[in-house]
Design a protein around this ligand. Structure first.
Ligand code: KYN
Ligand code: ZN
Ligand code: ZN
Length: 206
């Protein structure tokens, strides 16, 4: 009870990274044919909607989803509000006491209309990644489709976060979430070779 869904619903119109595989659902084996059940089939990029990135997404030698500890994505999380930024850097955390925080969720308001894929978004800087590492934070979640700029080829924030042992949860819907302390549950699917996984992300006020 009281869990709040902070995931994007998956349907034909959920936005996709430009050029990437869209989400689709079909009944591959309808009841009329199988004689007993409807059996659905999904096609999608693993980076559609609310999802986690496995390090293999941006590093050929990085871990696949099956090798990520599910506990990373379950447990206490702090939500902080950092609106109207073009970059989010270490100094943006200065006013926040993050002692003991292990999972940090940034409400940036940088993707206000989830029906449209954004042209520009705030990007996280390597200095922020280093600060998260120093603080012992091992999960960053945010309401954006990427931790880097949309046109980034270097993926410097993804790499800097990985260097600091910080895992990535993207595409959260935080419109109705106030800053504060929550329980998070956003476990990936056990896709053995996955470079990422869609998640049902839930928050419960503590
Ligand atoms: N699907 C893509 C296709 C091309 C280039 C980037 C992406 C991404 O997915 C990047 C984004 N930071 C992500 O992890 O979801
Ligand atoms: Zn991703
Ligand atoms: Zn990413």
């Amino acid at each position: 009870m009281t869990w709040i869904d902070v995931s994007q619903p998956l349907h034909a119109d959920v936005t996709t990274w430009p050029g990437d595989t869209k989400f689709s659902y079909e009944i591959a084996w309808p009841m009329a044919q199988s004689g007993s059940v409807n059996v659905g089939k999904v096609t999608m990029s693993l980076h559609v909607g609310t999802h986690i990135d496995a390090p293999f997404h941006f590093d050929d030698h990085g871990k696949r989803v099956i090798n990520l500890d599910p506990s990373l994505y379950i447990g206490p999380a702090r939500v902080i509000h950092l609106p109207h930024k073009s970059k989010i850097e270490a100094s943006d955390l200065d006013g926040h006491d993050l002692t003991g925080v292990e999972r940090l969720i940034l409400k940036t308001d940088g993707w206000p209309d989830k029906r449209v894929f954004p042209e520009t978004i705030p990007e996280l800087t390597p200095s922020l990644a280093d600060r998260l590492g120093e603080l012992g934070i091992f999960l960053i979640g945010l309401d954006l489709p990427s931790v880097d700029a949309i046109d980034s080829k270097e993926m410097s924030a993804h790499h800097a976060l990985a260097r600091n042992g910080v895992h990535i949860l993207e595409g959260l819907v935080l419109d109705d979430i106030l800053p504060g302390d929550y329980d998070l549950n956003a476990v990936p699917l056990p896709i053995v070779e996955g470079d990422g996984s869609p998640v049902r992300a839930l928050l419960r006020p503590m």
